[in-house]
Design a protein around this ligand. Structure first.
Ligand code: PGA
Length: 247
């Protein structure tokens, strides 16, 4: 499997930030891992232009479950694809919290993404309260079951484990805690998809930085990272890409 370093710019970045895209592409012409940035939808086509000829893939941060229609303010999977995306992040905890997205909606969006030729990155993770209550494994298993649509092709599916309390906080789970959750997700994927479940990429996300990336990438069943804050600068994200290549 080819591991994946995915950056999520969230609601950050403007035309000037395309310089970071150019710098990343120039500094990593031939990465071993797959390198992906998910800028705001408004920047996608310009980012695609800035990345042209390089090894950087682009993705969206959300899509609507329907292909088109009267949905003011929404963006369809096909629109993202046309703008240059090959991936889309779905069910990020900020979407789940800010927009009330539940597992069924995330699954519907993932189906729409697949139908449009995008690879969905389905996000899940426990809150701090759920971890403290000892519910982490049950919570992520239920999210996995509910957010991955039936019939999803295992080779066109990425899972991102992102503990809500680790996102943007500078805090991360311990390495054994990450290993435990990834092993649990792997077992669940193999139950559902058979042997193909072992080839589904499971990313870790939540305060991944250049200085902790190597230790996280050395863990079993960590097949890459979903990176927020540290993806905004080419130097930081490039260091994370290099750590994944070296792992
Ligand atoms: P962070 O965000 O790296 O800034 O913690 C991760 C994410 O939300 O995907």
């Amino acid at each position: 499997m080819r591991r994946l370093a995915a950056g999520n710019w969230k609601m950050n970045g403007d035309g000037a930030a395309l310089a970071e895209v150019r710098a990343l592409v120039a500094s990593h012409p031939d990465p071993v891992c797959e390198m992906l940035l998910c800028p705001p939808a408004t920047l996608l086509s310009r980012a695609a232009g800035a990345a042209a000829g390089g090894a950087l893939a682009l993705g969206g941060q959300d899509c609507h479950p329907r292909p088109s229609g009267a949905h003011t303010g929404d963006v369809s999977a096909a629109m993202l694809r046309e703008a240059g995306a090959t991936y889309v992040i779905l069910g990020h905890s900020e979407r789940r919290a800010d927009h009330g997205e539940d597992d069924a909606l995330v699954a519907a969006k993932a189906s729409a993404a697949l139908a449009a030729g995008l690879i969905p990155i389905v996000c899940l993770g426990e809150t701090e309260g759920q971890r403290d209550a000892g519910e982490t494994l049950d919570v992520v298993a239920a999210q996995l079951d509910g957010s991955v649509p039936d019939g999803a092709p295992p080779d066109r599916l990425v899972i991102a484990y992102e503990p809500v309390w680790a996102i943007g906080t500078g805090r991360t789970p311990t390495l054994p805690q990450i290993t435990q959750v990834h092993a649990h997700l792997r077992a669940r994927l193999c139950d559902r998809f058979g042997a193909a479940g072992s080839g589904i990429r499971i990313l870790y996300g939540g305060s991944v930085k250049p200085d902790n990336a190597a230790a996280i990438f050395a863990l079993r069943d960590v097949d890459g990272a979903l990176v927020g804050g540290a993806s905004l600068r080419a130097a930081d994200f490039g260091a994370i890409v290099a750590a994944l290549d070296a792992a």
